[in-house]
Design a protein. Structure first.
Length: 366
């Protein structure tokens, strides 16, 4: 069996009419939509696997990296030799850097190949990797609203939908306080600062946030690779720190963990090498007694891949990030089930579910 085709599917799915959020990096400036990049790998025996590259405003450059660099190195290769193929491609491309669009495109291909591997033997990926739990706790990861009233409404909707935990993408303490007031003291709340502050600024914000009892403060420091800075502020006022979505390689994750920089580590399967590399991060974290909370701020094959791997390698504390957006359409409709704050691990072969072709056709970009 050989790989005969690798095709990109750039999608743009608008928010539902009447919903609002703050301007952000999720899509083009001024457009209330989310851009994503799906990748389909096809073999000469007709098996198809789906992957996802980290998208948003970087879709055009990642697509070009896929089409012009990654795909030519993977075509005509054995789709069931994923680990060896990915290692060879990384070695060939290391002179161009070990992250960015090349790594994101490679992540999508790796996911798709693991999808094919499961389909080839007719089992879901988590069974192929050794079996695991049938469901996982998840939390609602909200859009950036930057407005107390909007965030109150979003938190209320998430709690009414059955989520007992939620994450904010907010930097303004008044907005975070509004969310906590709306939720009350019971639900767990996480806050993602998106690398907004210096070390001293982050320490001050953590002291202010402590009264609101966040489960963690995510990526408080700029630049994200300032692991010593994270270690310096970790635990300030009793606030735990989470980070890792912007680490690209296993060696980077090793440095992050060895620095004692985080209470929770967050590999992003659509950025840092796909399933193959994400599995290694779980092992690194387990050896250091650090919980993995995968970064899954996407709702395509990248979400499924993280669910499948976490079902096998996650701890009882590991949770899935569920992007709780007001989008017009879902790639999986009601096939991906979230019930009472838990997501069911899909039981179909490979990643468990294929994306809806009607949704792809409806929102495909040229």
């Amino acid at each position: 069996m050989i790989i005969t085709s690798i095709k990109a599917f750039p999608l743009r799915i608008p928010f539902q009419a009447g919903t609002r959020s703050a301007a952000s990096a999720w899509g083009p400036a001024g457009l209330q939509a989310v851009d994503s990049l799906l990748v389909k790998v096809t073999t000469d025996e007709g098996l198809e696997g789906w992957g996802e590259a980290f998208g948003f405003s970087g879709v055009p450059v990642t697509r070009r990296a896929l089409d012009e660099v990654i795909a030519p190195l993977c075509l005509r290769q054995d789709p069931l030799g994923t680990v060896q193929l990915m290692a060879r491609v990384q070695e060939k491309l290391h002179v161009y850097g070990r992250g960015g669009p090349l790594a994101q495109a490679l992540s999508a291909v790796d996911m798709a190949l693991w999808d094919i591997a499961g389909k080839a033997v007719g089992v879901p990926l988590y069974r192929l990797l050794g079996g695991g739990r049938p469901d996982l706790a998840c939390y609602a990861s909200l859009d950036a609203y930057c407005d107390p009233d909007l965030v109150r409404a979003a938190v209320r909707r998430a709690l009414e939908a059955g989520f007992g935990r939620f994450k904010l993408h907010e930097k303004d303490l008044s907005v975070v306080r509004a969310a906590r007031e709306e939720a009350g003291p019971g639900p767990e709340m996480m806050v993602d600062a998106d690398c907004a502050w210096t070390v001293s600024q982050a320490r001050a914000r953590m002291e202010e946030l402590a009264e609101l009892q966040p489960k963690w403060l995510e990526e408080p420091v700029w630049p994200p690779e300032n692991y010593d800075g994270l270690a310096e502020i970790r635990g300030t006022a009793g606030v735990p720190v989470a980070a890792g979505e912007n680490a690209w390689t296993v060696l980077e994750f090793g440095r992050l963990l060895d620095a004692g920089a985080v209470d929770f580590v967050q590999p992003s399967v659509a950025k840092m090498g796909g399933v193959t590399e994400m599995c290694k991060v779980f092992t690194l974290a387990a050896n250091r007694n650090v919980t993995v909370m995968p970064h899954t701020f996407y709702d395509g094959p990248g979400l499924l891949a993280a669910i499948q791997v976490t079902a096998v390698l996650g701890t009882a504390e590991s949770m899935i990030e569920w992007r709780y957006f007001d989008l017009e359409a879902s790639l999986y409709g009601d096939q991906l089930i979230m019930d009472n704050g838990c997501v069911q691990v899909p039981q179909g072969p490979g990643l468990g579910i294929d994306p809806d072709p009607h949704v792809i056709n409806a929102y495909l970009q040229a």
